[in-house]
Design a protein around this ligand. Structure first.
Ligand code: ATP
Length: 238
């Protein structure tokens, strides 16, 4: 069976700086796969290329058998791949609800959209309580939740989550990870980049360790969690 996402020998460069140097891996439908690694390893560059925000220098990306590398982001979203980006990429002057609805801009099923907005508020109650307020008034962590809620509003077949726990308190990190675990139980396919390697490996099926633009270690997440090198380098153990 063909994987939902197939990445083959992907290269990404910023001018002469090669950030991704030949990365290949796949994500099967229903799997949660995590990319972990140090700062500057090329994880975000990989994610931005998958969602069409960057054009690869070489290599190819297949989504459900169709080539998507180099295609514009809006076409990729329409195919069912949604990206919850790193940082606070929400629209600060628009309300929380307007930000969520932007995620559904390609949909025409009003009832389904209402249901999904309600679901986002169930998932993240703070968003519901403040739905009419400008999104810029949310804390960094809450904005991260809004970005994730907005990505889900397109009902994606593949959700890309880039550092969903960035800037979050331990309690909020747990809440976001619980949400990811719930989505996983519902059968959603997720590719997640995380600085919190322990949390990401605990809920993923498969993991890849990235260093200076290359994958240096790949395997079932449960194995990586017990790998001595991974524990030393990414889980803060001596
Ligand atoms: P982090 O966890 O710190 O976000 P990362 O693994 O996501 O790291 P990237 O953000 O993909 O890594 O960066 C990979 C490399 O590409 C780094 O050396 C970075 O400095 C470089 N880079 C990223 N964005 C740009 C850019 N717009 N212009 C030039 N170089 C860039």
């Amino acid at each position: 069976m063909m994987a939902l996402l197939e990445i083959d020998d992907l290269h990404v460069a910023y001018g002469k700086v090669e950030a991704v140097k030949g990365v290949s891996f796949s994500v099967e439908a229903g799997q949660v796969v995590t990319l972990i690694g140090t700062n500057g390893a090329g994880k975000t560059s990989t994610m931005r290329t998958l969602s069409g925000l960057l054009k690869p220098a070489a290599g190819q990306v297949l989504f459900d058998g169709e080539r998507i590398d180099g295609r514009p982001a809006h076409e990729i979203v329409a195919l069912g791949l949604a990206h919850s980006p790193e940082g606070r990429r929400i629209f600060p002057r628009m309300t929380i609800e307007e930000n969520l609805l932007l995620g559904a801009y390609l949909r025409r099923d009003g009832d389904g959209i209402d249901k999904d907005v309600a679901r986002a508020y169930d998932m993240f109650p703070v968003l519901g309580e403040r739905r009419g307020q400008a999104a810029g008034t949310l804390s960094g962590g809450e904005q991260q939740m809004l970005a994730m809620g907005r990505a889900l509003m397109s009902r994606p077949r593949l959700l890309l989550l880039d550092e969903p726990s960035m800037g979050l308190s331990p309690i909020m990190t747990r809440q976001v990870m619980t949400t990811v675990a719930e989505l996983r139980r519902e059968g959603m396919t997720i590719l997640i980049v995380e600085q919190n390697a322990l949390a990401a490996l605990a809920l993923a099926d498969h993991g890849h360790v990235m260093e200076t633009g290359r994958l240096v270690l790949s395997g079932p997440a449960s194995e990586l969690l017990h790998d001595e090198e991974v524990r030393k380098a990414y889980l803060g153990e001596d």
